[in-house]
Design a protein. Structure first.
Length: 427
């Protein structure tokens, strides 16, 4: 069993971008080599800027290469909560941005000819309890009436045509959400950024930032210091002590995934006949999909513990048991991959992006990072070019940190996890 992300292991080998000489200055320095950073580097370089991206490990080694490889529509907090919180017009603007984000990924894969198995396979939101299905009925009406988004409600019996399991009580199908191979996508986006003129420096962590009197920055790295007119913080859940202001405004939640041995096309299609992306309605829920080579990827929070080799194995055992509850026919299937990683959540469960003390940022994707990171990289590029209106998250400043002396270590997560798991069991 491999303890590395399936998506990175099965992508084309990446070139070694470490050991490169750092220039003395650049128009823009991007900190972080995930999807946010790569998209920002790509879009700013295409505008003619001299762009340098520094990544402390390898491209995609953080959350961007460790997720479920889903590119789904829908706002993180739900449409009803968005309308209650922000009002109908602002909620619609936000929802449209989340929906457009999927289009941006598709357009980028086509424009740059990135072969990453992008497929509008659709998302099944499956109901863990009968009352969840009734809530989906209300959501379907809300989406149609207030957001011009047509979805399909599937009863429990109808769901059997979409899912080889009797575990759930129905589903809401969004036909326009997409799956992709995120490892191949990362590979292609990095190459596209370099073709546009961006320089990528791996294994070269940013260790400090100094704002100069004229507004420029000195970016200290492991292998030198670079002067930048503008800096983009694109580190999300992997923000470290070099940027403490952002670190304390994010909660890093562990997420874990197992991937089975190849099942063969016939058995894979018996599980998810139309290759939908499956996300359940539990508070501590699961995300499920088929891989391009007919394996089942099964992810979830599993345990509220940091990711490390021992913890990932324990989480993998939990996920395999839960997978067999939903798909008893997989009880004896071999697990070939298990890995974990961190997901960046903001305190109000909505992404945040903008400019703070002269530093540009986009973080806190709350599990919607594949499409929103790509989209926000483009938006930040426009902001840096003098168009603040391009930021769909403008005006949504980070909320006040509700935990005194919080420094980015979420010591309280096991307690919250136990509470929500109990809610899932008890109703």
């Amino acid at each position: 069993m491999k303890q590395i992300p399936y998506w990175l292991d099965t992508a084309p080998p990446l070139p070694d971008r470490s050991g490169r000489e750092l220039p003395e200055s650049a128009d823009i320095v991007v900190i972080g080599g995930g999807l946010t950073g790569l998209s920002t580097a790509y879009h700013t370089a295409r505008k003619g800027a001299h762009v340098v991206l520094v990544e402390k490990d390898k491209i995609g080694s953080g959350a961007s290469g460790r997720n479920g490889s889903m590119c789904t529509q829908g706002i993180t907090i739900g449409v009803a909560e968005a309308r209650k919180r922000y009002g109908p017009q602002r909620a619609r603007e936000l929802y449209d941005a989340f929906r457009e984000a999927v289009d941006v990924v598709e357009e980028l894969t086509q424009k740059e000819q990135i072969d990453c198995d992008f497929n509008r396979s659709g998302r099944l939101g499956v109901a863990y309890k009968p009352q969840h299905f009734e809530a989906m009925r209300a959501t379907q009406r809300d989406l149609a009436e207030n957001y011009d988004h047509e979805t399909k409600l599937l009863s429990r019996s109808e769901l059997r045509t979409e899912l080889g399991s009797d575990y759930y009580h129905g589903a809401l199908l969004d036909p326009l959400s997409a799956g992709l191979h995120v490892g191949k996508y990362l590979h292609g986006l990095a190459e596209a950024a370099e073709r546009a003129g961006a320089q990528i420096h791996e294994r070269n962590a940013a260790t400090g930032l100094t704002r100069l009197p004229g507004g420029e920055f000195l970016v200290e790295t492991l292998h030198g210091t670079i002067r930048a007119k503008q800096v983009m913080a694109a580190t999300d859940a992997y923000t470290d002590k070099a940027m403490p202001w952002f670190r304390k405004r994010l909660i890093n939640v562990g997420s874990f995934i197992v991937v089975t041995e190849p099942l063969g096309e016939e058995q894979a299609r018996q599980l998810i006949p139309n290759a939908r992306l499956v996300v359940d309605s539990k508070n501590i829920g699961h995300y499920i999909r088929l891989t391009p080579d007919h394996r089942l990827a099964f992810g979830g929070r599993a345990r509220f513990a940091p990711s490390n080799p021992a913890s990932d194995l324990k989480s993998g055992d939990v996920l395999k048991r839960e997978m067999a509850e939903i798909f008893p026919q997989l009880a004896d299937v071999r697990i070939d991959y298990v890995w974990g990683g961190s997901v960046g959540f903001s305190w109000d469960r909505i992404p945040h992006a903008g400019e703070a003390n002269g530093l540009y940022y986009s973080m806190g994707y709350c599990g919607h990072g594949v499409q929103m990171a790509t989209y926000m990289g483009r938006a930040i590029a426009e902001m840096m070019d003098g168009h603040p209106e391009a930021n769909p998250l403008r005006g949504l400043g980070f909320p006040k940190v509700p935990v005194p002396f919080y420094n980015g270590t979420a010591w309280f997560l096991p307690f919250g996890g136990a509470y929500y798991k109990a809610k899932d069991r008890l109703g």
